[in-house]
Write a protein that binds this ligand. Structure first.
Ligand SMILES: *[C@@H]1O[C@H](CO)[C@@H](O)[C@H](O)[C@H]1NC(C)=O
Ligand SMILES: *[C@@H]1O[C@H](CO)[C@@H](O)[C@H](O)[C@H]1NC(C)=O
Ligand SMILES: *[C@@H]1O[C@H](CO)[C@@H](O)[C@H](O)[C@H]1NC(C)=O
Ligand SMILES: *[C@@H]1O[C@H](CO)[C@@H](O)[C@H](O)[C@H]1NC(C)=O
Length: 362
């Protein structure tokens, strides 16, 4: 009886994810660099679409069972969602329609997030420098930067980030994402890393930006684990590809604080661009995406500890049913959220267009 809401919750929560929509023009060569470990969706405008994958590292044949890969799911209208893509899933993604005609083909380099090189301009940290691929060759390895993302807060000092991908410039002048260039050639350079650069920013709040899409979700049931004494919080609608900011007891958590070693009470997870936050003590944590409050967390000490501290077991029982009620509430909010998300996508084409533009990797 007691497990039911949590069972349902585990289905509801993944719906809250945000997947960066990637799209490529019809029947044109389309090479993209993206990051591993961060969800993306590949767009294909074909009903009854079939997808075929060719993973470069395997050097095997096309995978002919389109959805046989466990972290790839079919979405509405022929698109697919790739959850936490692995670097080894770099390769070709071909979408074919019912008549087996190719609609679109993506060539994707999922660059290894575990090698991400992070620098903060205001700390004087320098991005990686250009290098030649190997002695005597004319290929240059360099970082191709995306535009800066929007400032993560307004009216007060904030930060923004930009992502940079490893590219190789061929002697003839074309630039190609590193792994797509090297294919399964076992050439490797320590320069082959994606980058994230951060700097301070300060923008005015737009007065026109009055619409409140605020989802204030209280997670009263989060617990700091007994062993590590910490908890991981996830900013559901956040993504490394979008501006995120966390607050602890209304104080901003900055990359500058973290990278300079000043802020030791929390850890922004670099591999998710700060979508996940590790916390070590109870506080009110809030996360904002595109300057809108998305979630509020209120982690407590571990329940065993809490119980030891408490005099009677009765008080705890009351709390449990309270948490379950909260769980049900969250489930409802979650479902509404995903519906709202879909509606938003339908009715705010300009926003999603802007997002796509930001992601354009030439
Ligand atoms: C999707 O395909 C249909 C039919 O081929 C076409 O009418 C429509 O414009 C396409 N939509 C997009 C966004 O490309
Ligand atoms: C690839 O396909 C060809 C022909 O369909 C087959 O002969 C070959 O064994 C396959 N190779 C692998 C690695 O599956
Ligand atoms: C690095 O290489 C790229 C591609 O050739 C070039 O556009 C860029 O200017 C180079 N940067 C530096 C600092 O040399
Ligand atoms: C927007 O949010 C603020 C505080 O978060 C609240 O005071 C205001 O009433 C909200 N406006 C609307 C239109 O919901």
């Amino acid at each position: 009886m007691m497990t039911t809401p949590w069972l349902l919750l585990s289905f509801a929560v993944p719906l809250l994810g945000f997947y960066v929509p990637i799209s490529c023009p019809h029947s044109k060569r389309c090479q993209r660099a993206l990051l591993s470990n961060n969800d993306v969706s590949l767009y294909c405008n074909a009903s009854g679409a079939q997808w075929y994958y060719y993973f470069l590292q395997d050097g095997t044949n096309w995978s002919i069972h389109p959805l046989s890969v466990s972290n790839i799911e079919a979405m509405s209208e022929g698109s697919i969602l790739i959850r936490s893509p692995l670097p080894s899933q770099s390769g070709l993604y071909s979408c074919r329609d019912q008549k087996d005609i190719q609609v679109v083909q993506y060539e994707i380099d999922f660059q290894d997030i575990s090698t991400l090189h992070i620098t903060h301009r205001d700390l004087g940290q320098k991005p990686l420098q250009n290098e030649t691929l190997s002695l005597g060759s004319k290929e240059i390895i360099f970082t191709r930067w995306e535009p800066w993302q929007d400032c993560n807060r307004c009216g007060e000092p904030g930060e923004h980030k930009r992502l940079g991908y490893c590219y190789i410039q061929e002697p003839l002048g074309n630039s190609v994402p590193c792994l797509l260039y090297l294919g399964n050639a076992r050439l490797w350079s320590s320069r082959m890393r994606p980058e994230m650069q951060i700097e301070a920013c300060h923008v005015q709040c737009e007065t026109s930006n009055t619409k409140n899409i605020t989802f204030d979700i209280a997670f009263d049931n989060f617990e700091l684990s007994e062993e590590s004494g910490s908890a991981w919080l996830t900013c559901f609608l956040g993504s490394i590809y979008r501006p995120i900011i966390w607050e602890a007891n209304s104080k901003s958590l900055t990359w500058q604080g973290q990278l300079s070693g000043q802020d030791l009470s929390t850890v922004l997870d670099p591999a998710t661009g700060g979508r996940r936050l590790q916390v070590f003590r109870p506080a009110i944590y809030k996360c904002f995406v595109h300057q809108e409050l998305v979630a509020r967390f209120n982690p407590r000490p571990h329940r065993e500890k809490a119980r030891q501290q408490r005099e009677t077991g009765e008080a705890w029982k009351g709390k449990t049913s309270y948490s379950l009620l909260k769980g049900l509430k969250l489930l409802l909010v979650g479902t509404m959220l995903s519906l709202l998300g879909m509606l938003l996508k339908l009715f705010c084409p300009s926003r999603s267009k802007r997002r796509k533009q930001v992601l354009l990797v030439k």
